[in-house]
Design a protein around this ligand. Structure first.
Ligand code: ADP
Ligand code: ZN
Ligand code: MG
Length: 497
C-alpha cells in the first residue's frame, strides 16, 4: 500500500522444511504424512544425554542447491552452533543452528515488479532443525506435544530489508516456493507449515536514511495472511508515528480471527540465546567438487523456463504461461503436445511461421477447456488424452475440419472416453460435410425456405446474411465449415436478381 508520509521497509525470514528421508541429526524418518504423534522419535532427537548427532549430508546438499539457485556464495567452511532457549516443543533445550558461518551467504532473487525485475538481496541461508508441535486441549487445561517434527531439517533464509510493499513480498515468496519445488528441496506448502514466512516491517519518514524500529510478525500460514498482516502493520505503525510516539520493537502474531497482529513478546537479542559452537559436531568442509556436482543437478528454473516457453512457443499470455510454470507436469504435457504439433506440421509441410498460432490454440484449449472438464483441477491429463491425440485434435481445428462447437464435444469425449478424436468424429457422425453438392443442396434449401430474408438482404439489410448463415449451420447440424458456408452463400446471393 502506498503511504505518502512514510517509506515501508520489509525484510523476510523464511523457513523451509527440507525434503530428506531422515531427520537432520538422527535416522528417524522425516515423513510429512505420518499419522501418529511421536511415531518418529529416538534418543538423539529427544536430546537424551550421551547421544551424538550425525549430520545428514542430503540436507546439506539441499541447502547448497537452494543457495546455488539463489546466486549465493557457498561457504567452503561452515559449522553448527547451539541456540539455547526453553520451550516445551524443544526437548533438548537448544536448537542446533548456524550462527556465524552459514552454508550460504550474499545472494539475490529477481522478481517482477511494476518497473521490471528487481533484485531482492539475500543475506544468508543457514541450516537448522525444526521443533516439535504443541496442541492444546479444548478445555484449555493441558497441552500435548508431538515430537515427530523435532529434528527435521529446516532451512532458514534471511533477506535484506529490500521490500517496499506486500506485493513485492508475495511475488518473492511465491517465486522462492516455486524454486524450492523445482529443486525438490522442499514441498514448501504453507498450509502444512512446510514454508513459514516471518515479516519484519518498519516505517521511516520519506527520504530519511536511517531505518526505523522494526516489528517481527509471525504465525502467517498463507500468502493472504502475509499480505493482510503487512497492510495492517503499515496502518498501525503509521498511526503511532503520526501521534509522535515510538514503535516498540517486538514480536507480534497474526490473529486470523481478529484480522490483526497482536503483541507476543518483546524481541530478544541474539546474545540472549547464548549461541556457542556445537561441541558434538565437527565443522563442515564443502568442496568445490561437491558444489560442481550439485550444480549439474539443478534443473531448469522457473525464470529460465518462462523465457524459453515464451520464445519457443510464442506463449505471451502471462496467465497461461504462469499455469504452465506453476504446474510443472502440466507444462511438460503442453511441451509434449507442442512437439507432436511440430512433427505434424513437418509431415504436412505446413509453413513454420504458423507454429505459434497452433501452439497458442493448444495452450488455450489446455488451460481453459480441458481444465474446465476436470472441474477446474489440474490433474495428470496424459492418462486420459495422450499428447499425440491432443495434437491431432488441434490440427483438426486448425484445418477447419471441426468448428469450435464440435471441438468442445470432441474434447469432452476425448477426456471422458479416452478415445482419439478421429474415431469420436466418426462415431458421433460429426464429420464435416465437405462434399460440394451436399453443401450446395443445403444452402439452396435454406434460400428457398427463407425468401423474405433473401429479399431483405437484397434491400440492404446486412443482418439477414447472418440469419441465413445461422439457418445453414442449424440445418447442417454445425457440420459445414462456417467460412465455407459464408463464401458459398455470398456467391449465391450475388447471383440472385
Ligand atoms: P535481528 O537481529 O533482530 O534478528 P536482523 O538484522 O537479523 O535482525 O534482521 C532480521 C530481519 O529483519 C532481516 O530480514 C532484515 O532484513 C530485517 N530487518 C532488519 N532491520 C529492519 C528494519 N529496520 N525494518 C525492516 N526490516 C528490517
Ligand atoms: Zn530421532
Ligand atoms: Mg536475526
Amino acid at each position: 500500500m502506498e503511504n505518502n508520509k512514510y517509506d515501508v521497509v520489509i525484510g523476510l525470514e523464511i523457513h523451509l522444511e527440507s525434503n530428506t528421508k531422515t531427520k537432520m541429526f538422527c535416522s528417524c524418518l522425516n515423513d510429512p504424512d505420518e499419522r501418529k504423534p511421536n511415531q518418529n522419535v529416538c534418543p538423539i532427537c529427544m536430546g537424551h544425554p550421551g547421544t551424538l548427532p550425525v549430520i545428514n549430508e542430503r540436507a546439506i546438499d539441499n541447502i547448497i542447491k537452494l543457495g546455488l539457485a539463489l546466486n549465493t556464495e557457498i561457504s567452503s567452511y561452515t559449522k553448527f552452533d547451539r541456540k539455547n532457549y526453553f520451550y516445551p516443543d524443544l526437548p533438548k533445550g537448544y536448537q542446533i543452528s548456524q550462527f556465524d558461518y552459514p552454508v550460504c551467504k550474499n545472494g539475490y532473487l529477481g522478481v517482477m515488479v511494476e518497473k521490471g525485475i528487481k533484485l531482492m538481496r539475500i543475506n544468508r541461508i543457514h541450516q537448522e532443525e525444526d521443533a516439535g508441535r504443541l496442541a492444546h486441549t479444548n478445555d484449555a487445561t493441558s497441552s500435548l506435544v508431538d515430537y515427530n517434527r523435532a529434528g527435521v531439517p529446516l532451512i532458514e533464509l534471511v533477506t535484506e530489508p529490500d521490500f517496499k510493499s506486500a506485493g513485492e513480498v508475495i511475488r518473492f515468496a511465491k517465486e522462492l516456493q516455486l524454486i524450492a519445488k523445482y529443486l525438490n528441496v522442499s514441498n514448501a506448502n504453507m498450509e502444512k507449515g512446510e514454508m513459514r514466512i516471518e515479516v519484519n516491517l518498519s516505517l521511516k519518514e520519506k527520504g530519511e536514511e536511517e531505518l526505523g524500529t522494526k516489528v517481527e510478525v509471525k504465525n502467517l500460514n498463507s500468502f493472504k495472511a502475509v499480505e493482510k498482516s503487512i497492510l495492517f502493520e503499515i496502518e498501525r505503525q503509521a498511526k503511532i508515528l503520526d501521534k509522535g510516539e515510538r514503535v516498540v520493537q517486538e514480536t507480534r502474531g497474526w490473529n486470523e480471527a481478529k484480522q490483526e497482529t497482536l503483541s507476543q513478546r518483546s524481541k530478544e537479542d541474539s546474545d540472549e540465546y547464548r549461541y556457542f559452537p556445537e561441541p558434538d559436531l565437527p565443522p563442515l568442509e564443502i568442496t568445490e567438487k561437491r558444489i560442481a556436482t550439485l550444480k549439474s543437478q539443478i534443473p531448469e528454473l522457473p525464470q529460465n523456463k518462462r523465457a524459453r516457453i515464451e520464445a519457443e512457443y510464442g506463449i505471451n499470455d502471462l496467465k497461461v504461461l504462469e499455469i504452465f510454470i506453476e504446474n510443472k507436469d502440466f507444462g511438460e504435457y503442453f511441451e509434449k503436445i507442442a512437439t507432436e504439433i511440430s512433427n505434424w506440421m513437418i509431415d504436412k509441410k505446413i509453413e513454420e511461421s504458423k507454429a505459434f498460432e497452433l501452439f497458442r490454440l493448444a495452450s488455450n484449449y489446455l488451460t481453459s477447456d480441458l481444465i474446465g472438464l476436470s472441474g477446474g483441477k489440474i490433474i495428470d491429463f496424459s492418462k486420459n488424452i495422450d499428447p499425440e491425440n491432443f495434437a491431432e485434435f488441434i490440427s483438426m481445428i486448425y484445418l477447419g475440419e471441426i468448428n469450435s462447437k464440435i471441438a468442445k464435444i470432441i474434447l469432452k469425449d476425448m477426456f471422458e472416453l479416452k478415445k482419439d478424436p478421429s474415431h469420436i468424429l466418426e462415431d458421433r457422425g460429426l464429420k464435416q460435410i465437405d462434399d460440394g453438392d451436399e453443401i450446395d443442396n443445403i444452402i439452396e434449401e435454406v434460400l428457398e425456405n427463407n425468401k423474405n430474408a433473401v429479399e431483405d438482404y437484397k434491400k440492404g439489410k446486412t443482418a439477414s446474411f447472418q440469419f441465413l448463415i445461422g439457418q445453414i449451420m442449424a440445418k447442417s447440424k454445425g457440420k459445414i465449415n462456417p467460412d465455407k458456408a459464408r463464401e458459398i452463400l455470398s456467391q449465391k446471393l450475388e447471383n440472385i436478381q
